[in-house]
Design a protein around this ligand. Sequence first.
Ligand SMILES: Cc1cc2nc3c(=O)[nH]c(=O)nc-3n(C[C@H](O)[C@H](O)[C@H](O)COP(=O)(O)OP(=O)(O)OC[C@H]3O[C@@H](n4cnc5c(N)ncnc54)[C@H](O)[C@@H]3O)c2cc1C
Ligand code: FES
Length: 592
Amino acid sequence: MGGKASCASKVDGLEVAKVAEFNKTTRMKEVILANGKSILVVKTDSGFYAVGSKCTHYGAPLIDGNVYNGHIRCPWHGACFNLANGDIEQFPGLDSLQSYPCKVKSGTVFAYHTSEPAEPVLRPMCKMSKRSHVIVIIGTGISAVMCAQTLRQEQYDGRIILITKDKQFPYDRTKLSKVPGIKWNEIKLRDPDFFHSYDIEIMLDSPVSKVRFPDRTVVVDNGKDTTLVYDKLLIASGLRPRSYGPVIPGGDLKNIVTLYNMEDASQIASQAAGKDVLICGSSFIAMELATSLKSKAKHVNIIGRSRSPYGIVLGPATGKAILNHLLEGPDGNKVRYWGIDEVKSFEGNAKKEVVKVLTMKKKAFDAQLVILAIGAIPNTDFLEDTPIRLNQQDGAVCVNKFLETSVKDVYAAGDVTQFPTEFSAKGRASICHCGIATHHGKVAAQNMMGKEMTVHQIVPFFWTVVAGVNVRYAGYGEGHSDTAIFGSLESMEFCTLYRRSNRALGIATVNCDPLAAQMADEFQAGIKYKHDYPITVLKRFPKPPVVGEKYFGFKEDIAEFATYDLRNAPAKKPTDTDNLRKKSRSVVNLND
Ligand SMILES: Cc1cc2nc3c(=O)[nH]c(=O)nc-3n(C[C@H](O)[C@H](O)[C@H](O)COP(=O)(O)OP(=O)(O)OC[C@H]3O[C@@H](n4cnc5c(N)ncnc54)[C@H](O)[C@@H]3O)c2cc1C
Ligand code: FES
């Protein structure tokens, strides 16, 4: 019998498969319907299921994904759908899958309600019916949007107000470094009509300057002295990129830019054409920008503190393999990576535009556009000198596993938080990924509605694209002490396992889907490996690892002479968190 046979329609279903077509290795079949749309038939231990075949995020074919424990995980970015009802349960993405009840009769699988389109499904949402209760959300990023959507799905019928510095309706930030000239219409999270239809108010171009917690008031610096009174508040203000500013001579010259929003991205796209571009930093944003700008720019120089891109996060061998691929690809000859170096100063012309960059290693580069990709800082200045507990090191908002802050009825979600996670050896971390931020938005809304939902068990999943190669990362390799690389670095088909004490913490995969999705499911399930390496990896790559790297104190890959400690500059001085913790402990236990 199919898993949802009891719900099956009495009318005849559509024959979609024979039971004999499935076995231990073949558990999925894609079926094209008369309307041209396709559905995915999946066999699990508990029966047959049928759902839309394309991921609701960016349309990945789910037949290439991983089936585990009644769920299917997308091979591209790790979204996870419940096969029984199509619900999206891990993210990115905002919508669920259409699901079709299945029944098995005499060795044939029938799916019902197949006239329903195999399109993304938005679960039913209510509208506002009472203005007296107000939830204010600071931000319009993915966590804010998911929170507002979930509130309406949870039948919250009060006022919802989103306040943002952004000038545009919500969009997907992850595309900005991959396609800097991209238009809002191509990356919008929802149409403005969506927000109007469900009475979700959005105040654009409205920076919050202060929150007065005793009288539950949000102060908006929009020239009109607007204040909003809330019953519940979500802080989802994300990060902002670091910049050198006056820390480095010439750091405030024109054409030294950072990338965070659409305006930054389109400025970068238009200014890079025919120019010498210099990118500071070796993070995934730096490498994505190098990839997307190399065809437009005259030259792209990347200066990184680590020997190869991505530093300790992906490890030198993995970083080098990806860099080589970038350099060998089309226009790769225009790109150069300069490791173990750092900017010393910038020189400008009479118009105060940057023209030259000097480095610690005494190198000089012509540059008419400099892009800083040197990390990011939580947007929490408006919380200074308030009872909200901030992390002493970086100013992130400390939350418990329910995403509650140290102040009653105030929640925080997404990149701005430091939250409890089982995947960090320290028990808490700031993990700034789109999928995590979306999940936070959902959990915060559910907890505002009185459900006790937690965030600490969600496995992180990240992706990046370099010169056409998709890199996926599942798990959390913080503090790994060694890596093991399986496959072939030369042909760019490999995975890197990040381990500590023989325990796999995370995996990066290059051109070997759905390995990252499979490992994400195993990390999620808390599988303890009895062998040196996970069986799933050994099944994909039966030969022993080709490279292994050991790390001793994580220092050897960082520029020894680095004089600027950018971890602390120019972040704001954190508030006196110890006192705040004492004050707030009676309200919320942040160690949950
Ligand atoms: C260029 C780029 C590429 C990325 N690529 C990837 C990727 O490939 N994969 C991935 O998983 N993640 C990626 N990320 C990270 C991902 O975009 C974030 O994890 C995600 O956007 C976080 O969502 P959020 O809602 O927490 O915050 P954000 O999206 O940062 O939203 C914060 C919101 O708060 C608003 N705000 C801030 N301060 C104030 C204030 N004082 N008053 C009012 N509003 C305020 C901002 O205007 C914004 O609307 C990328 C990020 C960037 C910048
Ligand atoms: S396309 Fe499936 S998670 Fe992005």
